[in-house]
Write a protein that binds this ligand. Structure first.
Ligand code: NDP
Length: 448
């Protein structure tokens, strides 16, 4: 059977075996399509069932998370941990708390994580977890009770050598702290390496908070530099106003770019004078309010309801940093028409398959999430190293390592893209470069 036909039939089986999980299908489709040239060159990956095994999680855990709200009422949420692939290291991937979470979202994220983690060059496998719990509007005490209940089940499936969760949407330093406290209490062991994204007073790494946003900008900078472009003087639109968006904004501003818009799940702010980051951080990180508050502090800025409108703002560079499928084909067309030259995915799978193809066909430089947002997990792995060594590196040391990792990811992805077809297609390059290391490890380890 030829590789194209094999991939087509395998994808059909994946859809049948995992019904009603469109995000997972989308993630698998993109990777499988990219792998055709590799499978043509290395048919043993088909014979050994490498691809067939890589699309099937090693383990999927779904559990009940009961907790009591501030009114004394019992609430029940659903918890997930998908341990996708451990060929090159312990499962590693964040935890997402958002009402949209179901098994299909966690599987898409866990699947992507396999290739992303491999691309970092560090020894970490792929996994992801989460819950349909919505932290928005909950009191601190409610969030703590929920995190404790979540960990009371999760603790038995994780350890510093088995599976190491971190943050994602809705899970930041506060939630990691509560989960770590409960893990320590149940296990009666100070196992700092079991979670990453910890606070600096108990085993966290300097630079982890900034890592995904900074890493994204390091990657995009490398990609545009290859075409003689830089961030200096460029107009940049960034969606989201969470962890990734905030630190992407900070780094773009340091490099001389003008970030004119940010957003949240209700709407977006357009400030042609340049977004004031201190205001965004106060509203989102300290007060945990809506981004619409921004115009109170900056009356010349505009606030618009709805998320898609942000992509109608003319820009040179777009950095989607909010959530999956936030750039659909209509928005992609507007971005291209308005002269956008580069797109860097800070969020996971923020661009639909159709929109991704449209960008690439129209010569837009496109940095795919697996490569461009890998700085977060890479720095999480650096946090694990520091925990194992029981020492802490300075911010400058961590940041220099992060930058080096992002430059190497760019080089490896573009080398693979060139070797297997189209030099400018980093989607294919990142998928292939990430896949080969995992495939070789699986081949060496036999049928497990
Ligand atoms: P945060 O929870 O800190 O922020 C998420 C931001 O996106 C918020 O501004 C949120 O708005 C907005 N958002 C969430 N859901 C939607 C939606 N359905 N529509 C529009 N906006 C939405 O998360 P992170 O910044 O950590 O994560 C953002 C993305 O980056 C995710 O795709 C995540 O998987 C990815 N990522 C994160 C990493 C990390 O280290 N944190 C590492 C690699 C990838 P609101 O405030 O209204 O909820």
């Amino acid at each position: 059977m030829n590789a194209k036909q094999y991939v087509h039939e395998l994808f059909e089986r994946v859809v049948k075996r995992n019904p009603n999980e469109p995000e997972f299908h989308q993630a698998v489709q993109e990777v499988l399509e990219s792998l055709v040239p590799v499978l043509e060159k290395k048919p043993e990956y088909i014979e050994l069932g490498i691809v067939e095994r890589i699309v099937e999680p090693e383990r999927q855990i779904i559990f009940r998370v009961p907790w009591v709200d501030d009114n004394g009422k019992v609430q029940v949420n659903r918890g997930f941990r998908v341990q996708f692939n451990s060929a090159i290291g312990p499962y590693k991937g964040g935890i997402r708390f958002h009402p949209s979470v179901y098994v299909g979202i966690i599987k898409f994220l866990g699947f992507e994580q396999i290739f992303k983690n491999s691309l970092t060059g560090l020894p970490i496998g792929g996994g992801k977890g989460g819950s349909d719990f919505d932290p928005k509007g909950k009191s601190d005490a409610e969030v703590m009770r929920f995190c404790q209940s979540f960990m009371t089940e999760l603790y038995r499936h994780i350890s510093q050598d088995t599976d190491v969760p971190a943050g994602d949407i809705g899970v930041g330093g506060r939630e990691i702290g509560y989960m770590y406290g409960q893990y320590k209490r149940i296990k009666n062991v100070y196992e700092a390496g079991v979670l990453t994204g910890k606070g600096l007073t108990y085993g966290g790494s300097l630079g982890r908070t900034e890592a995904t946003g900074f890493g994204l900008v390091y990657f995009v900078d490398e990609m545009i530099k290859a075409k003689g472009i830089s961030f200096a003087g460029k107009t940049v639109v960034i969606s989201g106003s969470g962890n990734v968006a905030i630190y992407a904004t900070k780094k773009v501003q340091e490099l001389g770019g003008n970030v004119v818009a940010v957003s949240d799940s209700n709407g977006y702010v357009y400030d042609k004078n340049g977004i004031n980051l201190a205001t965004v951080q106060r509203i989102k990180e300290v007060e945990r309010k809506r981004i619409s508050e921004y115009v109170k502090a900056h009356p010349t800025a505009e606030y618009h309801e709805g998320c898609n409108g942000i992509w109608t703002i003319p820009c040179d560079i777009a950095l989607p940093c909010a959530t999956q499928n936030e750039i659909e084909i209509e928005s992609a067309k507007i971005l291209v028409k308005n002269g956008c030259k580069a797109v860097g995915e800070g969020a996971n799978m923020p661009t639909t398959l159709e929109a991704t193809k449209y960008f690439i066909e129209n010569g837009v430089l496109f940095a795919p999430a697996k490569a461009a947002n890998a700085g977060g997990v890479a720095t999480s792995a650096l946090e694990m190293s520091q925990n194992s060594m029981r020492l802490s590196w300075t911010f400058e040391e961590v940041d220099a390592k992060l930058k080096n990792i992002m430059v190497n990811i760019y080089k490896n992805a573009s080398k693979a893209a060139e070797e297997f077809g189209n030099a400018d297609n980093l989607v294919v390059g990142a998928n292939i470069a990430g896949f080969i290391k995992v495939a070789e490890a699986m081949k060496a380890q036999g049928l497990v």
